[in-house]
Structures are given as structure tokens and as C-alpha cells.
Design a protein around this ligand. Structure first.
Ligand SMILES: Nc1nc2c(ncn2[C@@H]2O[C@H](COP(=O)(O)OP(=O)(O)OP(=O)(O)O)[C@@H](O)[C@H]2O)c(=O)[nH]1
Length: 331
């Protein structure tokens, strides 16, 4: 391929629950990503995001087995080359770009390096834009608390500010903080991108940061700082009261150590999507693309054990009408 024909690989990064899948789906729904193959990588033993990304059949590749920047970094070239092979063979539509949605804990550095340094990949692919979703509900506190969120912020070509619809307008101090944290990045809002989808992946304006770390320098323990993703299969339907009780029990037991909770649950014959970011848990009808998905919950916590979460699971099944637990009730 000549350099002009190479397919750009765009990286969609952002901390746990910052809105990466939501952005991707909005772009797909608007038809802006019609010519896009998507690679989804997710934490947790039971993957969900590939069911939530509403793209054309076969256009989503799932990278399983752990976090992209460390545990499965070696599988990335093969996954990308396989997409290119299937495109050339006519098995996939002739997509014009690949978007990689990383896990919420992934450091984009090693991913960037693999795409840049592999001679074989460089023949077919070029590095596109590094977009980071920045959760403006979590904001500065989230970045200060989680080193992974800081890496994602500083390596971005473009920052997409999400969840501004859930809060008061940005203060001048917040604008100064964002500009100071990554002076090279363009800053847009999720609403801007919805109005003009081309903004999301337009070529970056600023110069590229050079010299990110090599993949070999990374191990899972090096960037997760005691974070664990624990997945639980749910063989029995849950109750509505059970979901409220489980949410309260998670919040009371883990507080700020609770980073993310997501999954599919079945209640009264319906499949529901559970989306928790920090201690805010939302439950909605599962999208049609998730039909047939395995009921499960993945809970991501910092410095806490799987057994502590497992001990709370019985709350999911309490009879309707049961009140959520109190702090005293949990002890
Ligand atoms: N109101 C509002 N909600 C949002 C926005 N972006 C994301 N959300 C909600 O935040 C939750 C998490 O969003 P996702 O798109 O799943 O986040 P993610 O970054 O893909 O999450 P992980 O893959 O687990 O890291 C969901 O309940 C979304 O509906 C936004 O701009 N506004």
C-alpha cells in the first residue's frame, strides 16, 4: 500500500465509565462510522461492550483476555492484520478506518508504540487520532486519584468532555486545568461531536508527543494499582428491589473504592443493562444488540477482594418490597 492508502487506526481512550462506548454508538447511529471497523477490548472475564456497540455484523472484533496495553498487547497486531486480510478478501466491507476502544484502565502509550513500530503494521496501517473521553462528573478528582486517567489525558490528541449535561457549566478554573493538563490537545464536548461527528476524528492540530514507553515496559500490576475486575455469572433472575439493594450495598461497602459496575441482568423475563460509574448506578432496557447475552455483572474495585463483592450478590434476589440495606444492617 502507498502511504496514502494506509488505513488509519484511531484510539478511543478514557477512564472507566467515561463514555467511550456511548460516543462510539452515537457515531455509529449517525452513520458517521459507516466505513469503520471497531476493535473492542474490555476488562472482566465476561465481555459486554461488543454487544453494546451497534455496528454492522462482523465489523466488531473483540480482544479478550485482559487489558490491551499489557495483557493482550501481543495479540493486537494479529487482530489488526486479520481485519485487513478479511477486508482484502471481501469478507468485510471495505472499511476506511479502524477504531480501537480500549479498556478504561489502558495506557494508550504501548498501543501507540505497537502501531508505530511494527514494520508489518506500518505497511497497511497508520496511527490516527488519539481521542480521550474525559468524564466531567468525575473531572479533576478522578484524574488526580487514578494515574491511568492522567496518562489517558496527557497522551490525547483530542479530549471529548462528557457528561456536561449532568452538571453546572465548566468553571474558568476547570478550563484552565484542562488546558494546562494537556496543552497540545483540541478540546471538544460530547454535544459538539454529536452535532458535527467529523470533529471526533478530524486530524489533530497540535504536534505529536514523542517517546512514549515501549510495550515491554508494562505489566498489568504496573498500571492497575490494585484494581480488580471481578465477573459473576447470574444464573437466577434478579428482582427490581434486589438491584436497588445491591447498589446500596455496593456503595456502603466500597464507597470510593468502587470504580465501575456493569452487566446484563434478567428480571421478569426482561434483559436489563446495568451501568454503574463510581457509586451512581443506572438500569435500563438492554439494547436489541445485547439480546441473547449472558446475564452477568462485572464489578471493578480498587484494593478490595472478589469475596467481598460475592458476599453482596444475594442482595440481588431479595423479594420485591424489601428495603435497601443500611450501614448498620450490613455489619
Ligand atoms: N448523561 C450522560 N451520560 C453519559 C454520557 N456519556 C456516558 N454516559 C453514561 O455513562 C455510563 C458509562 O458510559 P459508557 O459509554 O459505557 O462508558 P465507557 O467509557 O465505555 O465504560 P468502560 O468501557 O466500562 O470503561 C452509561 O450509563 C452512559 O449512558 C454523557 O455525555 N451524558
Amino acid at each position: 500500500m502507498t502511504p496514502d492508502e494506509r488505513i488509519p487506526v484511531e484510539i478511543l481512550s478514557g477512564f472507566l465509565g467515561s463514555g467511550k462506548t456511548t460516543l462510539l454508538n452515537r457515531m455509529l447511529a449517525k452513520g458517521a462510522f459507516r466505513d469503520t471497523a471497531v476493535v473492542v477490548n474490555e476488562l472482566g472475564e465476561i465481555a459486554l461492550d461488543h454487544l453494546l456497540v451497534e455496528s454492522a455484523p462482523g465489523q466488531v472484533a473483540l480482544l479478550e483476555g485482559g487489558c490491551l496495553c499489557c495483557a493482550v498487547i501481543d495479540s493486537l497486531p494479529e487482530t489488526l492484520l486479520d481485519l485487513c486480510r478479511r477486508r482484502s478478501a471481501g469478507e468485510l466491507p471495505r472499511f476506511g478506518r479502524i477504531v480501537i476502544e480500549t479498556t478504561g484502565l489502558a495506557d494508550p502509550g504501548p498501543i501507540i508504540e505497537v502501531i508505530r513500530r511494527s514494520p508489518l503494521l506500518a505497511h497497511f496501517l497508520s496511527l490516527g487520532v488519539i481521542v480521550t473521553a474525559l468524564d466531567m462528573l468525575g473531572g479533576q478528582a478522578q484524574v488526580e486519584r487514578h494515574p491511568e486517567a492522567l496518562r489517558q489525558l496527557v497522551l490525547a490528541d483530542r479530549l471529548v468532555l462528557t457528561k456536561l449535561d449532568l452538571r453546572t457549566p465548566l468553571s474558568p478554573e476547570e478550563c484552565i486545568w484542562i488546558a494546562g493538563a494537556n496543552p497540545l490537545a483540541d478540546v471538544v464536548t460530547a454535544a459538539d461531536v454529536l452535532t458535527d461527528p467529523a470533529l471526533l476524528l478530524a486530524p489533530p492540530r497540535g504536534p505529536r508527543l514523542a517517546g512514549t514507553d515501549s510495550p515491554a515496559a508494562y505489566s498489568h500490576a504496573a498500571h492497575t494499582h490494585g484494581v480488580r475486575a471481578c465477573s459473576f455469572r447470574l444464573n437466577e433472575p434478579v428482582t427490581r428491589a434486589g438491584l436497588a439493594a445491591f447498589a446500596a450495598a455496593l456503595e456502603l461497602s466500597f464507597g470510593a473504592d468502587l470504580l465501575r459496575c456493569k452487566g446484563l441482568v434478567e428480571t421478569r423475563g426482561r434483559l436489563l443493562l446495568v451501568q454503574g460509574v463510581g457509586t451512581r448506578l443506572a438500569v435500563s432496557e438492554a439494547p436489541p444488540s445485547a439480546a441473547g447475552g449472558e446475564p452477568h455483572l462485572t464489578v471493578i474495585v480498587r484494593q478490595r477482594g472478589e469475596d467481598e463483592i460475592a458476599a453482596l450478590l444475594p442482595w440481588l434476589h431479595v423479594p420485591e418490597g424489601t428495603m435497601p440495606p443500611t450501614r448498620e444492617g450490613l455489619q
